[in-house]
Ligand binder design. Structure first.
Ligand SMILES: [Zn+2]
Length: 91
């Protein structure tokens, strides 16, 4: 969180937050109904949290676990470029 700039950074685990098209976003083989409900609740909470923050004027960036593991520097650059944009806007 960069409070002063109203920039919020979330790191989402691909499995728990259902990263679309990601190989880590697997579906467990047993208790499928349980997992479906659990994942649906997670996604709903994500959506609500993000839209609430945006409504309050926050800039939100979501980084995926696989993205960070593949290229942490690139993920950091995404945060940095958002911060730069936000700061130039308010300057
Ligand atoms: Zn992923």
């Amino acid at each position: 969180m960069f409070r002063r700039d109203k920039v919020a950074v979330f790191v989402h685990g691909c499995f728990w937050h259902r990263h679309k098209g990601c190989s880590r976003s697997t579906m467990p083989r047993s208790n499928i109904e349980y997992w479906r409900a659990k994942f649906a609740a997670n996604l709903k909470r994500d959506r609500e949290k993000l839209s609430e923050l945006k409504k309050l004027g926050w800039n939100v960036v979501v980084l995926w676990q696989c993205e960070i593991e593949a290229d942490a520097a690139k993920a950091a650059r995404r945060v940095h470029s958002l911060l730069t944009r936000v700061r130039s806007r308010s300057a």
